[in-house]
Design a protein around this ligand. Structure first.
Ligand SMILES: NC(=O)C1=CN([C@@H]2O[C@H](COP(=O)(O)OP(=O)(O)OC[C@H]3O[C@@H](n4cnc5c(N)ncnc54)[C@H](OP(=O)(O)O)[C@@H]3O)[C@@H](O)[C@H]2O)C=CC1
Ligand SMILES: CC(C)(CO)C(=O)C(=O)O
Length: 316
């Protein structure tokens, strides 16, 4: 097989960064954009990265999914709040027997996508990346970047490590993106939520950066309690997250460059928050297995209030 073709659905902080790295490494990449389309079509992408800045003066830019060629790997990098658009986008972009790779935060998205596409493999990637889009076509990569890649099977049954995962991981690794292969995508998704649920939620509710949350004894305790609730959620679906992993996540955040989480950035910019994909879907999974997660539900209710306020302010 020749080189795989890639479509990036949503060329923002994450999609722009990984897509540009893939193109720089010689892959054939096609970028779907919305408001940045003209700028990127004319001037390409500028990546300012802690690993070295670079410019791609020319990229394959589209503002209409139907004009994109069918690709081997279609990377979903929209905010999950825009996933209602996927039924219009994915079927025309992914090749028969191609792959949809979901790089979004949250849980349960692969199952939703399995209802949209057929004859397609679905993979999920948990991205430990700190990247922001600072202006049209200009991405600022601040820290990290590794991806844990897993494959989706019906009901999130673990697939082990497949050849498809290895092949796609190879492309990303050749592009300088560090990849870990996960035998169980659902476990990987819960593990990522150990970070996202406390930090994304509390950063918005408490108007705080990660370092501020870790510097205070009370919020540090709250973060830890929320992490243990995520582990209880994982357990309700038969996945075990060891206590040592929770400690690793706490240590990782203490060492991290002080960071405004993606949800906090969305909140500050008055954009819809990814509350359902991260909080709502986790609660649904645990509660349908008969397990309540009261602290997560409390955060969820507060975030829904703020989210509704954002939607109303955008409408008025
Ligand atoms: N940024 C990060 O470091 C990380 C992000 N993630 C996850 O990755 C996902 C993407 O986040 P992120 O990249 O930060 O978000 P961004 O908002 O930076 O990027 C999303 C992009 O999708 C574009 N888009 C929206 N609607 C359309 C459309 N109809 N057609 C084409 N493009 C469209 C937006 O364009 P426009 O601006 O014109 O609306 C935007 O550029 C989220 O689930 C997030 O949680 C996970 C880990 C780290
Ligand atoms: C963990 C982190 C910071 C990047 O991986 C993230 O997922 C977010 O800000 O939402």
């Amino acid at each position: 097989m020749g080189k795989r073709t890639y479509a990036i659905i949503g060329t923002g902080a994450l999609g722009g960064f990984y897509g540009a790295k893939l193109q720089k490494a010689g892959n054939n990449v096609h970028f779907l954009l919305k408001s940045d389309y003209l700028q990127v079509k004319q001037h390409g992408l500028l990546i300012e990265s802690k690993d070295g800045d670079f410019i791609l003066p020319q990229v394959n830019a589209y503002n209409d999914a139907e004009k994109m060629p069918r690709c081997d790997v279609v990377v979903v990098a929209l905010k999950t709040t825009q996933n209602h658009l996927l039924p219009q986008i994915l079927p025309s972009v992914v090749k028969h027997d191609g792959v949809v790779l979901v790089l979004q935060n949250g849980i349960g998205i692969e199952a939703e996508i399995s209802q949209i596409v057929s004859n397609t493999y679905i993979l999920g990637g948990l991205c430990f990346l700190c990247s922001n889009k600072v202006s049209p076509g200009h991405i600022h990569h601040l820290d990290y970047g590794q991806i844990a890649l897993g494959e989706y099977a019906s009901n999130y049954l673990p697939t082990g490590i497949t050849d498809r995962m290895r092949e796609i991981a190879g492309d990303f690794q050749n592009a300088g993106i560090s990849i870990e292969l996960a035998e169980d995508l659902l476990l990987g998704r819960w593990k990522k939520l150990v970070w996202n649920i406390p930090y994304n939620g509390l950063s918005v509710i408490l108007n705080a950066t990660t370092d501020e949350l870790m510097a205070d004894i009370h919020t540090c305790q709250l973060v830890k309690q929320l992490m243990f609730e995520v582990a209880a959620g994982a357990k309700s679906t038969g996945r075990i997250i060891p206590d040592s992993f929770i400690q690793t996540m706490l240590d990782y955040t203490v060492k991290m460059t002080p960071y405004r989480t993606s949800m906090k950035i969305d909140f500050d910019e008055c954009r819809p928050l990814e509350v359902e994909a991260i909080f709502g879907n986790s609660l649904n999974k645990a509660e349908s297995a008969g397990v309540n997660l009261p602290q997560i539900r409390c955060l969820y209710q507060q975030l829904q209030f703020l989210n509704a306020r954002i939607q109303n302010s955008v409408l008025t």
